[in-house]
Every structure is written in C-alpha cells, then in structure tokens.
Design a protein around this ligand. Sequence first.
Ligand SMILES: O=P(O)(O)OC[C@H]1O[C@](O)(CO)[C@@H](O)[C@@H]1O
Length: 270
Amino acid sequence: MPLPTITVEKPWGRDILPAPFQGPPGQRIGEIWFEPPPELPELLVKYIFTSEKLSVQVHPDDDQAEAAGLGRQGKEECWLVIDAQPGAQLGVGFDVPLDAEAMRAAALDGSIEHLLTWHDIAPGDFFYIPAGTVHAIGAGVGIIEIQQNSAITYRLFDYGRPRELHLDAAIAVARGMPHDPALRRRVPCNGTAALVDGPHFRLDLVDGQLPANVRGRHDGKLLVIPLAGLAGVAGASVQPGQCALADRLDDVDVCDGARLLIASPVHSGA
Ligand SMILES: O=P(O)(O)OC[C@H]1O[C@](O)(CO)[C@@H](O)[C@@H]1O
C-alpha cells in the first residue's frame, strides 16, 4: 500500500506542483512527505519543490540531538535531483574552512550564502549531506530527499524572511568545512547504482530487474520509491509520486522499463 502523504506549506514552495502532485489551491507547497509507517519509523522520504532558496541551515547528528535533550533525532539526508530549472543550484559546505566566529558573523550579515559552495545541477545529480554540513537548496529545484526521520533544522540565515533562526544551536553543530566530493555524483540515466551505504541507511537506484548485490544490501523492511514505470509491492501497484513499504525485497517486483529507489535503515551493529 502506498504511504499516506502530507503536503507542507513553505514560503519557498510552489503555487503549482508538477504532476502527479497537486497542492490545495492558494497554498504554496514546498514538500510532500510520505508518513513514516510504524513498521519502519527510521526514514522519512520527501519530494521538495522550490521557487525560492531554502534557509542556509544545518542539522545535528544523533549524539548532538540527544545531548540537546531532543532524543536520538539526528538528521543526515540525501538528495536526488529530479528537476532543475535553468540556473538551479545547491549550496553544500564551504569553499574554504571557516571557524565558528567567522560563521556567526557571516550568518548575521547574510554573507554566509556566498561562502557556500554552489553547484549547478541537473536531473540525476546526487548529494549525501552528513549532519553538521551547512547547506541550502536553491530556487527552481525538484528533489527527492531521503533522510533520517527527524525534523530538527537549525537555520543560520533566511534571506530576511520572518522565520525563527537558531544561530547558537547551529554554530554548535556546524562544521566550517568543504563538502567531501566523494559524497556527490551524477547518476547515469540508465543502470543500477548503490547511492548510500550507511551509516544510517542504504539507498539503491534500480533500473529494471533487481540484481543480486542489491538483494544482499536490504535484508529487512524497506521503502520503494518509483521514479519511472511501475513497481509491485506484495501484488499492489506503486507508481511515480508514491512511496510504499515492503516487508522484504522478495515482495518487490520491478516492471519492465521501471526505475526506482529502494531505501532501508541500517541498524547499529548491522
Ligand atoms: O527551514 P527551511 O528553509 O524551511 O528548510 C527546511 C527543510 O530543509 C531540508 O532540511 C532540506 O535541506 C528539509 O528536510 C527541511 O524540511
């Protein structure tokens, strides 16, 4: 069964969503969340559609969230670009290292935006964002985000929008470093690719039949996110724009010509 969705209004969202999504009239929707099922609460999958830049932000890791009294709710996330309007960019990490004092000053005067490393993007670009990485999603972007199931975002800068900032919390967890180039790549249009191999989840892009090595990587409950074509989960059809829980990979059928993402949590010790 496809998971229920939640549409989230955002000041940077879109008045009109691309098919197959539809937002309530008059609302600017930025995110479509697939409600994490009780059987697999560790992961949250979102579609994100922007018309303006998101905040310059950072997320804590599990230990930092716990130390702040928020529970083990760290947030590592990854993005697969599915749509990029001309000039669309993602800002990830800093061009050059900077210390906490410089980061605070840059957040206060807004220059932090220009210290980020901005990447021109195209569909198929993939980024893994470890907790502690300062980042910002640009305007005109459509991405699928797979993340630890956490809603903790510390904003450093929000372009003057009247939303809360979390400067002290952000500076306490942010790393003033460039993003590791090994954590980003362009995924070919065809073919199967292992995109994430822990520490919190595994993510595979599957094109056509499920290869044996993918079977070996997902040994429990998993999420199925079709990108193109249909997938079957325990006999029920799942289509692009949906996300479904499967009890095991053997329950998943990939229809001819279909491409899909498969995500499952990595449990400590696994
Ligand atoms: O604070 P903003 O700009 O609304 O951004 C929050 C969003 O940014 C993300 O962390 C993506 O970077 C989403 O998971 C989250 O919902």
